[in-house]
Ligand binder design. Structure first.
Ligand SMILES: [Cu+2]
Length: 97
């Protein structure tokens, strides 16, 4: 039995996810402003269930500058956000076609 199969088997036995399970579903938003230098983005967003946030317009940090590449104001996006204390960090950002 190879190692990954063993781990998968153990995970099944103990009913644990093999990896961090599915991330929370993406939230929807519209870009208001992109600040690449500061790695920040202003989004008018819908409800974000994973962090219990109602719809609003606010500034988010982004996990890395690459997330902002090709993103501009006015575009609709799907995104993932993580709360760290009082910081809200976008970890995934996809422009909606
Ligand atoms: Cu908000």
């Amino acid at each position: 039995m190879n190692k990954s199969l063993l781990i998968a088997t153990l995970a099944t036995l103990f009913s644990l996810p093999v990896q961090a399970a599915d991330p929370a579903p993406l939230s929807q938003g519209e870009v208001r402003k992109v600040d690449s230098a500061a790695q920040k983005i202003t989004l008018r967003h819908g409800p974000i269930a994973s962090i219990g946030m109602p719809p609003m317009t606010m500034v988010f940090e982004v996990a890395n500058a690459q997330l902002l590449e090709g993103v501009s104001a006015g575009e609709k996006v799907n995104f993932q956000v993580q709360q760290q204390g009082n910081r809200y960090i976008v970890t995934e950002l996809q422009v909606v076609e």
